[in-house]
Design a protein around this ligand. Structure first.
Ligand code: DUC
Ligand code: ZN
Ligand code: ZN
Ligand code: ZN
Length: 485
């Protein structure tokens, strides 16, 4: 059985061109003019883009005394309906450690996922067991480790723990990810605002100003430099953080920055002079910022100092948000976005001229695949790549509304947004899994775990301290080397 996608314009990260795509089984077999296949998918008048990759989701995550309500079943189908064919979710170890948590995540994902998926492993403390478990996690096909510099008393790691973990990442060829907010200052500001009687959702924004993000981003980058490892900063929301990333990149460090579609398009006015539910539904960390910060993020995407656009999809119901009535610090942090990332970015980015269609593809798919080391299996339209393809119709439009979304949450932070550009078809490994207007259904269990190998790249530290001590011992056993290196 073969499928040919005919009549469209292929938009890759590096160029756009007209060609047909022949798919055999789950992969792309050929690209060229006048190809024939058993089934024809009509792409006339449309673009063909590589399936979106959302590098940042929290499906069914236990967090802040509750569990994110978006399930693997609803979240991954919502993703496909919006043109995202792979999600990368965060595994949070509990008392039983990383490997036990991984089993839990795998249990949920294998049964429920309609889209392909991968994981990042969170490092929430440090011990000899963490040191050992990280190697086992890498052997399981996970090459990224996430560190929270915020959420004091819960997920937060201190600098010594982060430095130990970063050094371990360097030795394993893994990439550390960082949630960069100064958790000590956030905790102090939360107490201050609560003591002053500011208990509503606006207190959330006041207690997490851009300075706490800028400080932590700088610190994470310097610790990464000391450890000689690249670093990826998640949900970059402000100029202070973006500036730190720009500066490091200019010095030759591999530092990556990930803004979210929410921070690009929603601003701090969402928290002020609103009814409680409206504002609380938009409480996430970092909070939404003002227009100057938004402009900085858009500029970074165009200039390449920020590389990817994610969602941090971590969706709670209104009822769950109300756990924080009377105390903003207890409002579960998180918003949705996995369904709408591509259409909102197309409308607010490409249609406005801020991004080219090729930059759009780079930020939603190709750059992510490269940074996470799954390119060109994912993120590419090339012979041999997985046939994760979206027939992207710039003339399809809709008004975003919770009333007709695939997400099972009772609201949508983009409610009322008019978007142009939607998938006519989404193909996952060669199969049409979403067709506009055709009542597509989730296929729980269809999604596959995507293994990610360690990286060839390390950062030769700019810091000099290692040169005057012992040379760094890098443990690179052959199974930790990517193919071709
Ligand atoms: N921020 C959120 O808003 N939710 C999940 C975790 C995070 O860091
Ligand atoms: Zn040991
Ligand atoms: Zn975070
Ligand atoms: Zn997150």
């Amino acid at each position: 059985m073969s499928t040919v996608i005919k009549g469209g314009t292929i938009v890759a990260a590096d160029r756009s061109y007209e060609a047909d795509i022949l798919i055999e089984g789950e992969t792309i077999k050929a690209i060229g003019p006048d190809l024939a296949g058993d089934t024809v998918v009509d792409a006339s008048g449309a673009y063909i883009i590589p399936g979106g990759i959302d590098p940042h989701t929290h499906l069914e995550m236990p967090f802040m005394g509750t569990t994110a309500a978006e399930t693997w079943e609803s979240g991954t189908f919502a993703a496909l309906s919006g043109g995202t064919t792979t999600v990368v979710d965060f595994v949070i170890p509990g008392e039983a450690g990383m490997l036990a948590a991984l089993e839990e995540w795998e249990g949920r994902a294998t049964r429920q996922a309609s889209s392909d998926y991968s994981y990042h492993m969170c490092v929430t403390g440090w011990s000899e067991k963490h040191f050992d478990d990280m190697a086992k996690v890498v052997d399981r096909g996970i090459n990224t480790f996430k560190h929270f510099m915020a959420y004091k008393g819960a997920l937060m790691v201190n600098d010594d723990e982060m430095f130990a973990s970063f050094q371990r990442c360097a030795a394993l060829g893994a990439l550390p990810l960082v949630h960069a907010e100064n958790g000590d200052i956030v905790a102090a500001l939360q107490q201050k605002y609560l003591a002053e009687g500011t208990t509503g959702p606006e207190g959330h924004a006041f207690s997490r100003p851009p300075e706490v993000e800028g400080e932590a981003t700088n610190r994470a980058i310097m610790i990464a430099d000391a450890a000689g490892v690249p670093v990826y900063i998640v949900h970059v929301s402000c100029e202070q953080s973006h500036e730190a990333i720009r500066r490091a990149r200019q010095k030759g460090m591999r530092v990556y920055g990930e803004p979210l579609i929410q921070h690009l398009t929603l601003d701090e006015s969402e928290y002020f002079n609103r009814d409680w539910d409206y504002a609380a539904r938009r409480v996430m960390s970092p909070p939404f910022r003002n227009k100057l910060h938004q402009d900085s993020l858009w500029a970074g995407l165009a200039a390449g100092s920020l590389q990817v656009v994610a969602t941090d999809h971590c969706a709670f119901t209104t009822e769950q948000k109300r756990f924080g009535l009377g105390n903003f610090a207890k409002i579960p942090n998180g918003t949705g976005g996995v369904e709408d990332r591509l259409s909102v970015l197309w409308t607010k980015g490409v249609e406005t001229g801020r991004l080219t269609p090729n930059e759009f593809v780079a930020a939603t798919s190709t750059n992510i695949a490269q940074i996470l080391n799954i390119y060109p299996q994912k993120g590419a339209i090339l012979p041999g790549s997985d046939a994760d393809l979206v027939v992207w119709d710039p003339k399809l439009s809709k008004t975003i509304s919770a009333a007709n979304q695939k997400s099972i949450i009772d609201y949508n932070v983009f409610e009322g947004f008019q978007v142009n550009g939607l998938p006519r078809y989404t193909l996952s490994r060669g199969e049409i899994v979403w067709a506009d207007g055709q009542n597509s259904q989730p296929q729980p269990g269809r999604g596959k775990f995507i293994r990610r190998k360690p990286f060839p790249a390390v950062n030769a530290a700019l810091s000099k301290w290692k040169e005057v001590t012992a040379p760094r011992a890098v443990n690179r056993s052959p199974e930790h080397m990517p193919i071709g290196v």
